[in-house]
Design a binder for this molecule. Structure first.
Ligand SMILES: NC(=O)c1ccc[n+]([C@@H]2O[C@H](COP(=O)([O-])OP(=O)(O)OC[C@H]3O[C@@H](n4cnc5c(N)ncnc54)[C@H](OP(=O)(O)O)[C@@H]3O)[C@@H](O)[C@H]2O)c1
Length: 348
């Protein structure tokens, strides 16, 4: 089998570096373009010290015509807003693109404009497949543009989708309380991610329904259930580097308990190389999936109040970003979905 030549745009950031780490071990890939922006021209081993002695050469500048010749597929690991134009340009040159930004995730242009305030390639929006393989495998296989989901939406949607799809959740707003490690904010340091202001503390942010991942979660749950869904989403920043734990609180219909929810999820995710449904009542831990493309899902019923707790734990940089992108790439190229992603978590 011939190798697929891959370009990584935004290779100097956290998701780009993680993608490079994964693709260097992929048996069907040759990475031909390692592209940055402000760090272009610098030695790869200096910018990404974990790759010193493994990858030589300099970080390249972006040049669409060159990339379209030297690579078969591009991964865009760029900030939203910057990604849309670049993805459209490469797509226009006939390249399949996997976009890790939010620029093509929301299908409705009005909803996208409301939450992001810009739309650089509206004509492409309708063509993008939403890259959550466990739910939209067939669409990903046949799409030349994959919008890889956000990290919070991945951790939140995986435990909820089987229940919404089966119609076993009451038609009422639900609460998702999610916690992320600091690498979720990317490599550029800021006051919010400064060591002294994150370690030994723990806080919510973007409360009041203002986090941009809210409409993405609502969109997926609406697609699988066929009805409108309202989510109250509350993200938190926790002092760890990697990991997301999403805890969703829903009202199950009569007769639905943790055991039945577990059965539904196991049926839905049978054969997935990534999603593992824990025993009813188990509490997933980000440490059990750290550094891997695994997602742990679980269900617990509180019989006193009737709330069903649905939890998902992932590594935000792997199943929440670059690993999921590789999973989509495998589908797109006709490789086994789990190729290059078999690693267990770095535990403890
Ligand atoms: N971090 C996560 O856990 C996570 C999870 C899921 C999705 N995402 C999404 O993935 C994308 C990348 O996130 P990240 O965390 O990897 O960000 P990051 O660490 O800040 O990296 C951003 C990358 O984009 C490049 N870049 C910045 N501005 C650019 C521009 N205007 N034009 C072209 N390139 C530009 C940077 O190049 P230089 O360094 O050379 O300047 C860098 O390589 C974002 O859209 C993010 O929302 C992130």
């Amino acid at each position: 089998m011939s190798l697929t030549r891959v370009a990584i745009l935004g290779a100097t950031g956290y998701t780009g570096a993680e993608l490079l780490r994964l693709l260097l071990q992929h048996p069907h890939v040759r990475v031909t373009e390692i592209v940055g922006q402000s760090k272009a021209g610098q030695k790869i081993g200096a910018v990404l010290p974990g790759l010193a002695g493994i990858v030589s050469g300099d970080v390249a500048t972006y040049d669409a015509a060159r990339i379209a010749k030297s690579a078969d597929v591009a991964f865009a690991c760029l900030p939203h807003g910057a990604s849309g134009k670049i993805v459209a340009e490469l797509h226009g040159l006939g390249m399949p693109v996997l976009d890790l930004s939010a620029d093509f995730r929301l299908r409705d242009p009005k909803v996208h404009a409301e939450w992001y305030g810009h739309d650089d390639a509206p004509e492409l929006r309708a063509k993008a497949a939403y890259g959550l393989p466990e739910l939209f495998r067939d669409a990903i296989r046949s799409s030349a543009l994959v919008a890889v989901p956000g990290c919070f939406p991945t951790a939140s949607t995986l435990p909820l989708a089987p229940l919404f799809e089966a119609g076993v959740i009451e038609d009422a707003p639900l609460v998702i309380d999610a916690k992320s490690g600091v690498s979720g904010a990317g490599r550029v340091p800021g006051e919010r991610t400064h060591f002294a202001e994150t370690t030994e503390g723990f806080r919510a942010y973007k409360t009041g329904g203002s986090h941009r991942h809210t409409p993405e979660i609502e969109q997926t749950l609406a697609r699988v259930s066929g009805r409108e869904v309202r989510v109250s989403f509350v993200p938190h920043l926790v002092p760890m580097t990697r990991g997301i734990l999403a805890s969703a609180y829903v009202r199950p219909k009569a007769g639905i308990d943790a055991a039945r929810a577990t059965e539904l999820a196991r049926a839905k995710y049978e054969g997935s190389p990534s999603v593992h449904v824990l025993e009813p009542g188990a509490c997933p831990d980000t440490l059990w999936v750290r550094g891997s493309n695994r997602a742990h899902v679980s269900y617990t019923l509180d019989p006193r109040t009737g709330w069903l707790l649905c939890q998902g734990a992932i590594d935000n940089l792997v199943k929440g970003a670059s690993g999921q992108a590789v999973q989509c790439f495998n589908l797109l190229r006709g490789y086994d979905e789990g190729t290059g992603l078999g690693g267990a978590a770095m535990w403890p």
